[in-house]
Design a protein around this ligand. Structure first.
Ligand code: MYR
Length: 185
């Protein structure tokens, strides 16, 4: 019998990360499935996922600011880039592109090149109106509210419904001037 090849630390960590990511994806799928059973209406499930995400977002912002060393963004364009390149990377392991800016610089789209939430997912016909990844819109809304930005976040493209990408539209509705809770250097 061939001896077992020793595995390097990197290979072991990569494996652990992959298993964690799969567990996370499957757990999220189980939550959505349970909500569909309990709430029956897809609109109600969309709302619940968004609310769950919001509750996560209002807490996650502390961890994000502490770990990322990101300081106050100069404008909403910078904020959108920070979410797409730093926030998504930190919590989902992927990045997004920022596109479709409006003339005022207050509405843009985050286009996900890869979406780990949907691995293994196929929606039945009964779930046509389901925004399966609605937890993400809630997370962004909640996190931004904690740094004084009131936003509306909505899915405009969804590959689970046959679109060619996952696209979230983020609209800055109001920026509340307020003292920043973290000291900048
Ligand atoms: C500022 O105060 O101007 C900085 C604002 C940075 C906000 C970043 C919010 C990160 C949200 C992470 C979303 C992750 C989604 C999976």
């Amino acid at each position: 019998m061939a001896p077992l090849a020793p595995r390097t630390g990197d290979a072991i960590f990569a494996n652990v990360e992959r298993v964690n990511a799969e567990l996370f994806t499957l757990t999220y799928g189980a939550i959505v499935r349970q909500l569909l059973t309990d709430l029956e209406e897809v609109e109600e499930v969309n709302k619940e996922l968004d609310q769950m995400g919001y509750n996560i977002g209002v807490r996650l912002i502390d961890e994000f600011l502490a770990k990322s060393n990101v300081s106050r963004c100069v404008d909403f364009k910078e904020t959108a880039n920070v979410i797409a390149k730093v926030g998504f990377k930190m919590f989902l392991g992927v990045t997004a592109s920022v596109t479709n800016w409006d003339a005022e610089g207050t509405t843009c789209s985050l286009v996900l090149e890869d979406n780990p939430l949907v691995d293994f997912v196929e929606l039945p016909d009964t779930c046509q109106g389901l925004h399966y990844c609605n937890i993400l819109s809630g997370v962004i809304r909640g996190a931004l509210e904690m740094v004084s930005m009131k936003t509306e976040v909505a899915w405009v493209r969804d590959m689970l419904h046959g679109d060619d990408a996952y696209e979230l539209q983020v609209k800055l509705v109001k920026q509340v001037p307020e003292e920043y809770p973290y000291k900048e250097d």
